[in-house]
Design a protein around this ligand. Structure first.
Ligand code: MRU
Length: 363
């Protein structure tokens, strides 16, 4: 997608072979590109959320493996890189998928060939992610068009949570890909953007992305969604996911479950957009998905922009109060209207997913 008229991906290797990312912790106040030079740099970028969003985390892990191979392409080097990157974030399964993919690519090669092949495979993973997200966009667009057809000439209001846009993937996004395509096709749409406390991925990233693309949107506090749904101001919800089980349970940013409950109570379609790399074929029950616990300071403190352009971090709670910070929750499949994948829209069930991915029947 474009930033100030120039096309960017969220991670790329430039003509000099340098791996670059957009530092997402600085958005929306500063657009800064930084270099990933080492395995440790890639691991820290994932841990500190300079890159975030399940598919983007996977792509960064793939490049992290390639950077590791430049320094040590021995078998021990492969194992150490997989172990380091594997411990960065626990919930997004794309990370594990990318590490398995890179390991499988490298293990049969002689050490001297591993670095070159690792960079090629990482680039392929990125290209595949772009294609996949584009297809998700096409299938999701069909759903938006379906709703638009029921209210001719009127605006379709879509609610989204967290950031599942282009910056959370390599390009296009998952939940936002259909929204970009609908807007580009001239459909009248408006997006309710949940701010997504505590890290505000909605207010900071989704709103920034939508604004850059000219998509009409309004930021709301996380607690406003249910109220808007009761008043008929939401036509559909589309969110992303960090891990979806083979039976269709969905782990996504904390607060997603409450939105799904409110949508269910108000008979509003609730869709989850995901690439195949986010499906965990080894888990059925969503309640056993590991949920990342992050620092309490993300809850007790906030950052914001001063009029003079400086950014300051301030405490919003009384000193001494503790805070809990579970980063994800699990939405049970019974609350989900459909899973928008690159192969079509599946029912949120094992049968629904296996209709689109029969090759995983015996995983
Ligand atoms: O903690 P984050 O910002 O990495 O969480 C991201 C989300 O929860 C997204 O909704 C999810 O990864 C889907 S991204 C296409």
């Amino acid at each position: 997608m474009k930033v100030s008229g120039k096309h960017y991906r969220s991670i790329w290797q430039d003509e000099d072979g340098i791996v670059r990312i957009i530092d997402q912790t600085l958005l929306p106040h500063r657009f800064e590109i930084i270099e990933l030079a080492t395995l440790e740099g890639a691991a820290v970028a994932i841990e500190t959320m300079q890159v975030r969003g399940a598919p983007c985390i996977g792509a960064t892990a793939a490049y992290g493996m390639a950077l590791a191979m430049k320094a040590d392409s021995s078998n021990a080097g492969v194992d150490a890189a997989v172990a380091r990157l594997g411990q960065t974030r626990p919930t997004a399964v794309n990370l594990r998928w990318a590490l398995r993919e890179m390991e499988a690519t490298l293990c049969d090669l002689a050490p001297e060939h591993r670095a070159t092949r690792a960079f090629t495979r990482a680039a392929e993973i990125c290209d595949e992610d772009v294609e996949t997200c584009h297809s998700i966009g096409v299938y999701g667009l069909g759903l938006i068009q379906g709703i638009a057809a029921t209210k001719p000439g009127k605006v379709v209001n879509i609610l989204t949570h967290c950031n599942a846009g282009w910056i959370a993937t390599v390009d296009w996004g998952t939940a936002l890909a259909p929204i970009y395509m609908a807007h580009d096709k001239g459909l009248k749409i408006h997006v309710w953007v949940d701010e997504t406390r505590p890290r505000n991925q909605g207010a900071a990233l989704t709103a920034w992305e939508l604004g850059a693309h000219g998509v009409p949107h309004t930021i709301i506090v996380d607690n406003a969604g249910g109220h808007l749904m009761q008043r008929g101001e939401v036509d559909m919800c589309i969110v992303g996911t960090d891990r979806t089980t083979r039976s269709g349970d969905v782990a996504n940013k904390i607060g997603t479950y409450l939105k799904a409950l409110a949508a269910f109570d108000n008979s509003i379609p609730f869709y989850v957009a995901l690439p195949h790399t986010t499906i965990d074929w080894h888990i059925s029950d969503g309640t056993i998905i590991p949920i990342e616990e992050r620092e309490p300071e993300e809850v007790t403190h906030l950052s914001g922009l001063h009029a003079d352009g400086s950014v300051e971090r301030v405490q919003i709670s009384a000193p001494g109060s503790g805070a809990a910070n579970p980063a994800f929750d699990v939405t049970p499949r019974r609350l989900i209207s459909g899973l928008i994948t690159e192969r079509g829209v599946a029912a949120a069930s094992e049968a629904g997913l296996l209709m689109l991915y029969p090759e995983h029947a015996h995983d």
